[in-house]
Every structure is written in structure tokens, then in C-alpha cells.
Ligand binder design. Structure first.
Ligand code: SF4
Ligand code: SF4
Ligand code: FES
Length: 272
């Protein structure tokens, strides 16, 4: 495999030259292939200040590899489409600035490892949408007012607002070892959907009880709080501390704390 190394220091730029405009070259080692296999291929392009990895991929696509497949939509870190592994780390391509990467060596760009490969940087993330369908939906209590509306205090919704920031990039799913290495897709819903369950369970209007499914079909017990998911979340959601651990506590209360269970039987569903 050809590798082009970029010189760290260039000769003094002449007026009006690309170097004076901050342009330099860099090599991107991009995985090319499909579900049957593939390999990394090197592309060297000119890069300019302000570029992100997605810009570089688009430039490669425009100038050297018209058939390079990449999924993206917003280029603003909001659609969650451009997830990939950059220098081995799950990241959004559109939010990874080149000046934060060591460009003196090739930048590797590859598809997420946890999901089946379709072509080049595009993976099949449809499993996630099937998982979501299996989670008990939002179930509000009857309206508080005759006009069919509800009343909520801001303090009651503060907790779940963090979870609503999720852009479904699935980077947390990609990095979670339960899915990535142990391939427990049939038994574990993964951090993204534990966040989703937390958003429903802690919603001040919701009255459904998802604790039994968390323990039985959602596999929350597989999570051993490594916090890798929290580390890669581009929205900064504190997945483990704010979503998973409180859900685990509810499972313990329900299934392993007989006194707590008795209290629960004789009281309303706790939504603290
Ligand atoms: S904390 Fe749990 S859900 Fe998050 S990466 Fe680790 S095992 Fe997976
Ligand atoms: S929780 Fe964070 S990392 Fe996981 S899918 Fe949502 S935004 Fe992406
Ligand atoms: S293109 Fe939308 S998050 Fe990157």
C-alpha cells in the first residue's frame, strides 16, 4: 500500500502562493471496499485552514475517486450521518478539524466497525432502528386540563433535556465493547437506546414501566460502566452517569431489593 508522508516544514512561502494561503498537502488513508472485503487506499490532497475531515473526503471524491461512498447530510454535527473512525477513534467527519490531527502522517478514515459494511465509509445501521421499535413508547398520563393539555415544571424536564440532544450518530453503539467485540446485538440495546429509555422513564408525564424490559430483553446488565460511550458522544451527553446508572438503580430496586419492591407495590410509580 502506497504511503505519502507530508513534510512538516515547507520552504518559506512566496507571495500569493498556495503555501502563503495556508494550503499544504496531507494524505488520507481511506478504507475502500464493501461487505465482501476491502483495503485502505491513500489519497494525497491539498488542504486549507478550516477544513474538516468531511471536506477532505469530498475533495477526494471530486478529484480522485468519484465512486467513493460516504454518508452525510448537514455538515454541522446535527444529522448524525457522517460517523466514521478517524485515526481509530469514532468521530463525526464533519466535526473533526484537520488542524486537530497530526497531518505529518496519513489520516486513517474507515467505516464504523460495529455495523455491517455496505460500501467504503457507509455502514448499515438499520439494526438500531429495529431496536428502537422494541422499546415501550411514550405513554403520557391523562391530560391535566379539560383542553387536553398537561402542566409540567421546568425543573421536572431539566433532567431529560440532556438526553433529547441525541443525534443518533451511533458512535456510542460503535465503541461499546458489548456490541463491538462481544456482538450481543440480540441481547443488548446499547448506550444510545439506554439513553432513549432514560428519556422516557424520567419524563414527568410518562407512566409506562420499562424496568422489566430493561432487565430482561434490553440487557442492561451487560453494561459494566466503562464510560467509553460517554467519551465519544459528540453531543456531550453524560450517558453512563446520567442515564445508565440511574436505570441500573431502578432495576436493582425492582428485582433485587424486596423492601423497595414492597414500597413500590403500595405507592405510585416513582418518577424521580
Ligand atoms: S458504559 Fe456500558 S454502554 Fe457505555 S460503552 Fe461501556 S459497556 Fe457500553
Ligand atoms: S448518545 Fe451521543 S454518541 Fe450516542 S447516538 Fe446519541 S449523540 Fe450519538
Ligand atoms: S454531516 Fe450531519 S453530523 Fe456530520
Amino acid at each position: 500500500m502506497a504511503t505519502t508522508t507530508v513534510a512538516e516544514k515547507s520552504p518559506a512561502p512566496t507571495a500569493g502562493s498556495p503555501a502563503e494561503a495556508g494550503v499544504r498537502s496531507a494524505t488520507f488513508r481511506v478504507w475502500r471496499g464493501d461487505a465482501t472485503g476491502g483495503a485502505f487506499r491513500d489519497y494525497t490532497i491539498d488542504v486549507a485552514p478550516g477544513m474538516v475531515v468531511l471536506d477532505a473526503i469530498h475533495q477526494i471524491q471530486a478529484e480522485q475517486a468519484n465512486d467513493l461512498a460516504v454518508r452525510w447530510n448537514c455538515k454541522a454535527g446535527k444529522c448524525g450521518s457522517c460517523s466514521a473512525e478517524i485515526n481509530g477513534k469514532p468521530r463525526l467527519m464533519c466535526m473533526t478539524r484537520l488542524n486537530d490531527l497530526p497531518l505529518e502522517k496519513p489520516v486513517t478514515v474507515e467505516p464504523m466497525h460495529t455495523f455491517p459494511r455496505i460500501k467504503d465509509l457507509v455502514t448499515d445501521v438499520s439494526w438500531n432502528f429495529r431496536v428502537k421499535k422494541g422499546i415501550t413508547k411514550f405513554t403520557p398520563r391523562p391530560p391535566d386540563a379539560p383542553d387536553g393539555t398537561w402542566r409540567m415544571q421546568q425543573s421536572d424536564v431539566d433532567r431529560v433535556q440532556e438526553f433529547r440532544k441525541c443525534i443518533e450518530c451511533f458512535l456510542c453503539q460503535d465503541v461499546c465493547h458489548v456490541l463491538r467485540e462481544h456482538e450481543k446485538e440480540d441481547e443488548f440495546i446499547g448506550p444510545r437506546f439506554l439513553v432513549y429509555v432514560a428519556a422516557l422513564e424520567m419524563h414527568p408525564l410518562d407512566v409506562a414501566d420499562r424496568v422489566p424490559e430493561l432487565q430482561k430483553s434490553h440487557g442492561i446488565g451487560y453494561c459494566n460502566i466503562t464510560k467509553c460511550c460517554t467519551t465519544v458522544c459528540p453531543e456531550g451527553i453524560t450517558i453512563t452517569d446520567n442515564a445508565i446508572i440511574p436505570l441500573k438503580e431502578r432495576v436493582v430496586d425492582e428485582f433485587y431489593d424486596p423492601i423497595g419492591k414492597l414500597v413500590k407495590i403500595f405507592s405510585r410509580k416513582r418518577r424521580s
